[in-house]
Design a protein. Structure first.
Length: 363
């Protein structure tokens, strides 16, 4: 029986506050473009899932301290206060800078072995936390960032109440955000927060499967040295010239006690359903070997054929098949990551969740 015919039962955890983030585009290679991480992404997904019959549940507000399970308190405090500091500093009114954009970054080359101090100037301080120029902050950004984290935490907590699958409609996305820093249109790592919540709810081992078209460098960084949370990702090969460029390679397998609990399966630009699904199946085998009792699915649909942000060529049927494979592994909290082609975005997310539901129903 298809979930499309019977209706989607997976609850969608959502907060209207996720619409408040209007990054105002991105500065890419020195030029401010319109950008693709727009509020309409969330509204088209919500409409598609509602039309399929999915119940929509409100994200519940969590304490700031709950965000510290994954992120350094300094990063969280910075995200919460930087817009107010920016406005108070006259960057908008006096200098016409209507979004927070860093301009100097304390790279290893700049620091030359010295510790990174916290700069006195607000415009200097931004580069301490943000690692690129395309992840802008504006007036409603923090409200949305926090609401997205709330959605992920709520969706994970619902698993402990008996749901076998939940979906957090997070915006902004999160998998490029690490313990101490943000970038890649991500600020807090929603999927990592969900994985930690599942651990704290009693799952001794958790797996994050990341099917966004890009490597989730932030999630990898959070769990790289840990054996209890597996991270596995299929993504367009950074070695072929794709973001995040510096990591996401197959040789990155985890460190120390986490050795072996990290798997990157980069695929070539142009990869379609067959090879992409073979990679997803391999990640599922890993998860079974790892013994995860709960799964977080970093659900980016930017591997879609029409998506403007990646050269992968996966169909909606491919995403549905991935959902079926992952649904067979155990309870799943799906967390929205990327996906930018507004005309087909809802269809792809629905296909994946329908696949999850059908994979869990299978004997
Ligand atoms: Zn992506």
């Amino acid at each position: 029986m298809s979930a499309e015919a019977d209706g989607l039962d997976i609850p969608v955890v959502w907060s209207e506050d996720c619409l408040l983030h209007e990054p105002g585009g991105e500065v890419w290679l020195g030029v401010q473009d319109a950008g693709t991480e727009v509020p309409e992404r969330a509204t088209v997904i919500l409409r598609a899932l509602r039309d399929a019959g999915a119940p929509v549940l409100p994200a519940s507000r969590h304490a700031i301290a709950d965000l510290h399970s994954v992120h350094h308190p300094d990063l969280v405090a910075h995200l919460a206060s930087i817009w107010a500091d920016w406005e108070a500093g006259g960057y908008v009114s006096e200098y016409g800078r209507d979004r927070v954009v860093p301009y100097v970054f304390p790279t290893a080359a700049m620091l030359a072995g010295l510790p990174a101090r916290v700069p006195a100037a607000t415009h200097g301080r931004v580069g301490l936390y943000c690692y690129d120029t395309m992840t802008l902050i504006g007036p409603g950004s923090w409200e949305a960032i926090r609401a997205a984290a709330d959605a992920a935490l709520t969706a994970a907590e619902l698993i402990a109440t008996g749901y076998t699958a939940t979906y957090a409609l997070c915006r902004p996305p999160g998998h490029h955000a690490g313990p101490d820093g943000y970038g890649g249109s991500c600020y807090l790592n929603n999927a990592a927060l969900a994985a930690e919540a599942l651990r704290q709810a009693g799952a001794s081992r958790v797996a994050v499967i990341d099917i966004d078209a890009h490597h989730g460098n932030g999630t990898q960084a959070v769990f790289y040295a840990r054996p209890d949370v597996y991270y596995g990702s299929v993504h367009v090969d950074p070695g072929a010239g794709w973001f995040p460029h510096y990591m996401g390679f197959a040789a990155e397998r985890g460190s120390g006690p986490g050795a072996g609990a990290n798997r990157n399966l980069p695929v070539a630009p142009g990869t379609g359903d067959d090879r992409w699904l073979a990679a997803v199946a391999r990640l599922c085998q890993d998860v079974q070997r790892h013994g995860a009792e709960a799964i977080v699915l970093s659900l980016g649909t930017d591997a879609a054929i029409a998506d403007p942000e990646s050269p992968l060529q996966v169909t909606a049927a491919g995403y549905r098949a991935a959902g079926e494979l992952i649904g067979g592994l155990g309870p799943v909290t799906a967390v929205q990551e990327g996906g930018y082609h507004l005309p087909t975005l809802g269809e792809y997310v629905l296909a994946t969740l329908a696949g999850l539901q059908s994979g869990q129903a299978a004997p």
